[in-house]
Design a binder for this molecule. Structure first.
Ligand SMILES: Cc1ncc(COP(=O)(O)O)c(C=O)c1O
Length: 374
């Protein structure tokens, strides 16, 4: 199976460990295990005592009932645990959904810029992928006329990602309904990567999931970004029961279970989701102000202010390819961002603005001092 290099992951792997000012991360500042327990008011001694006595079996194969029940509560329309299957992170959820759905010769329409997995994986599974680029002048919302023209009678799936990485745009309910309507006309599925759902700046979970909107809507998500627990490697697919059954058949070939410790910690987090969301929205909104003020006072950069998620695309006014721009900056002072080239979006870089506020402030100062050398 031929597959293209995953640009953003390769970039992160190459530079991340040596970054002095890391403002490339997409998670809201990660939690320590102890912090999670404190948030949940669980005594550490009691927790670790229980953990020591836990037999490490495979655990619940599809994910524990309790965890899947908590996951169903993230959706606006009633779901049962049979609508949910647990995976290794959102990346595993995307993989499982697309691996289950896409067959050689299928047509897939994918909206970008986005996480490359969402178009490169269907391509490597043998689909013909037609892509629709969102534009800054449209607020990075897909143009429905263009979408209509790309969807054919044999389109198997439309793949979207909202709230979006890298743009930070939330497509909103109306647009998602229009996308579902276009898919419905030809009986296509809509796969929506929703790993940032819950980080809508106007209010967590204010926008429904594609699995709430459309019968053939497949939602993927995870604990990584919204709950600051990427280390759990825990995600899920939520969809119609029959589709989840099909996922199961495919999942048996590469996941047995996702790890009982990860399952238990994810359950603790989701049971205390409001407290974690409150912490994370505070970090996010305060940092967004820091970023917006910085863009306003800095010559030669501009952006479309994101209304969701943890990332933004910053445009710079220098004649230099984004990879060179980011590499030279990294070599100059260790400021680390992601080049737009990883998203096929030149003259931009992606910033992740949800680390600790001090890290963001120092990182932006470092970008500033590099810009002044140009
Ligand atoms: C849009 C999107 N989907 C999926 C992932 C994978 O996240 P995880 O596997 O940690 O849940 C990422 C990570 O950056 C992402 O940005």
């Amino acid at each position: 199976m031929e597959i293209k290099a995953f640009e953003v992951e390769e970039w992160m792997n190459k530079y991340e460990d040596d970054a002095r000012y890391n403002i490339a991360e997409t998670c809201v500042e990660s939690l320590k295990v102890g912090e999670l327990l404190d948030i949940a008011s669980i005594e550490r001694d009691e927790f670790f005592g229980r953990l020591a006595e836990t037999k490490l079996t495979y655990g619940a194969i599809p994910g524990s009932v309790d965890l899947r029940e908590e996951i169903t509560k993230l959706y606006h329309k009633k779901k049962t645990i049979d609508n949910v299957i647990v995976t290794n992170g959102g990346i595993g959820a995307n993989f499982l959904a697309l691996f289950t759905l896409v067959r050689p010769g299928d047509e897939v329409v994918a909206v970008y810029p986005t996480y490359q997995q969402l178009y490169s994986l269907p391509e490597s599974l043998g689909a013909k992928v037609r892509r629709l680029r969102t534009e800054p002048e449209d607020g990075f919302i897909p143009d429905m006329n263009k979408l209509r023209s790309l969807v054919k009678s044999n389109t198997r799936a439309i793949v979207i990602n909202t709230p979006n990485n890298p743009t930070g745009a939330c497509f909103g309910e109306k647009v998602m309904k229009e996308i579902a309507g276009i898919a419905d006309k030809v009986g296509a599925w809509v796969v929506c990567d929703e790993v940032y759902r819950g980080l809508e700046h106007e209010g967590s979970y204010s926008v429904p999931s594609i699995a709430d909107i459309y019968e053939k809507g497949v939602s993927t998500s995870s604990m990584s970004k919204v709950y600051s627990l990427a280390g759990l490697r825990l995600g899920w697919v939520t969809a119609d029961k029959e589709f989840i059954k099909e996922c199961f058949k495919h999942r048996d070939y590469n996941i047995i279970s996702c790890g009982m410790i990860d399952d238990a910690l994810a359950l603790i987090a989701l049971k205390n989701k409001n407290k974690i969301l409150e912490r994370n929205m505070k970090i996010l909104l305060e940092n967004k102000k820091v970023l917006t003020d910085w863009v306003d006072r800095t010559d030669g950069v501009s952006f479309i202010v994101p209304n969701s998620g943890t990332t933004a695309l910053i445009k710079y006014d220098h004649e230099m390819e984004s990879e060179e721009f980011c590499r030279r900056m990294f070599e100059y002072n260790g400021a680390f961002v992601v080049p737009g080239s990883c998203f096929e979006f030149e003259n931009h870089f992606r910033i992740g603005y949800a680390p600790k506020k001090e890290v963001l402030i120092e990182g932006l100062e470092a970008v500033d001092s590099f810009l002044r050398t140009l």
